[in-house]
Design a protein around this ligand. Structure first.
Ligand code: FAD
Length: 307
């Protein structure tokens, strides 16, 4: 990453960890966060999914929450996820689900976390749906991969995870997971990671991102490429076209509230596009990661503040 943008990202992530900043944002920032959060309730989120589907955009639905402090919170999230899997089926919308391992208790009790996620994956399997386990910061990388492989070992293959291009270990993980038949979403990576585990230069992250995309496309393995970056999107389109890789072999994913016109445009050109739609009340950490990614996102919020 270049020094300016990396400094901005690290500064924002550090400021957002301050408890006073968190309190003030939670008190006054709800309306501003609405730009990135579909709804506080499931019903509202299902309506948003319907609207996106009508534009040809598929969805992955996320119930916000992470880094819980007691296991009882994890059971609450598990039940909400079961409710949302059923809600998707009843509403007949085109959406799978995304969840975070620390929301299900990974930092507190890995076995309980496994049981919670397994319950959600089983519920999704019953309606032919798919669960994406988001990837959090590097202390959880191996445990997350292990859980997904264990679920596949139990015959629950309707679950995949996310691989972050900024991690140095990533190419080995992709080789291993492709071998294990695990469906992957590929991203740059959103957390503050030290140089020992993660590339710090933007050019290195992009090179690694392209390398892991190629590892999928060259072998005809379906993948999700999650990025708002035109450099990446253009490169994927050109690479696929030059190598006669069909539009059905990959999907683009973007976040709700970001580049919505671009999402609709890609869908209208026949690309598979999936929008990551978050809903719920625990929006603070998700929201601050979005602001940290791009000064323009912060500017957009500041401009709205003064409207
Ligand atoms: P950036 O590196 O932020 O920006 C690069 C360039 O893209 C910019 O200079 C600009 O030219 C263009 N661009 C970016 N945003 C915009 C915009 N809003 N409008 C116009 N141009 C823009 N991270 C994880 O660590 N774990 C996960 O599980 C995870 N899941 C994700 C799921 C989805 C669907 C998406 C989209 C991202 C996810 N991420 C996840 C976040 C990801 O790791 C990156 O932090 C995030 O996507 C920012 O990187 P980027 O490639 O989108 O673009």
């Amino acid at each position: 990453m270049d020094i300016g943008s990396e400094l901005y990202r690290k500064t924002l992530l550090t400021i957002s960890g301050n408890s006073l900043v968190e309190k003030l944002t939670l008190k006054y920032g709800g309306k501003l966060a609405a730009k990135f959060i579909a709804s506080q309730e499931l019903d509202g989120a299902l309506q948003v999914i319907g609207d996106l589907n009508r534009k040809g955009i598929m969805v992955t639905l996320d119930h916000l929450g992470e880094g819980i402090r007691a296991l009882s919170e994890a059971s609450g999230y598990r039940e909400e996820y079961i409710r949302l899997v059923r809600g998707i089926e009843q509403a007949g919308v085109n959406s799978n689900v995304s969840l975070k391992p620390t929301q299900m208790g990974l930092a507190l009790d890995p076995e309980a976390c496994y049981a919670n996620i397994r319950a959600v994956v089983r519920e999704a399997a019953a309606s032919g749906n798919f669960v994406r386990i988001d990837m959090e910061d590097s202390p959880y990388t191996q445990a997350t991969i292990d859980m997904v492989k264990r679920l596949h070992g139990e015959g629950l293959t309707n679950v995949g995870t996310v691989i972050q291009a900024y991690l140095r270990r990533t190419q080995a993980d992709v080789r291993d997971l492709i071998q294990s038949g695990v469906n992957l979403r590929l991203v740059k990576g959103a957390y503050k990671e030290p140089a020992e585990v993660a590339y710090q230069k933007k050019s290195e992250v992009i090179d690694n991102f392209k390398a892991i995309i190629r590892m999928h496309l060259d072998q005809g393995v379906y993948t999700a490429i999650a990025s708002h970056d035109d450099t990446i999107i253009r490169w994927v389109r050109e690479y696929a076209s030059a190598n006669r890789i069909g539009q059905d072999k990959f999907e683009f994913q973007m976040l709700y509230g970001l580049r919505m016109n671009e999402q609709a445009r890609l869908a209208s050109e026949g690309y598979r596009v999936r929008c990551y739609v978050p809903y719920g009340k625990m929006w603070y950490p998700y929201y601050t990661r979005r602001l940290a990614e791009k000064p323009a996102n912060l500017m957009m919020v500041l401009q709205n503040m003064f409207r």
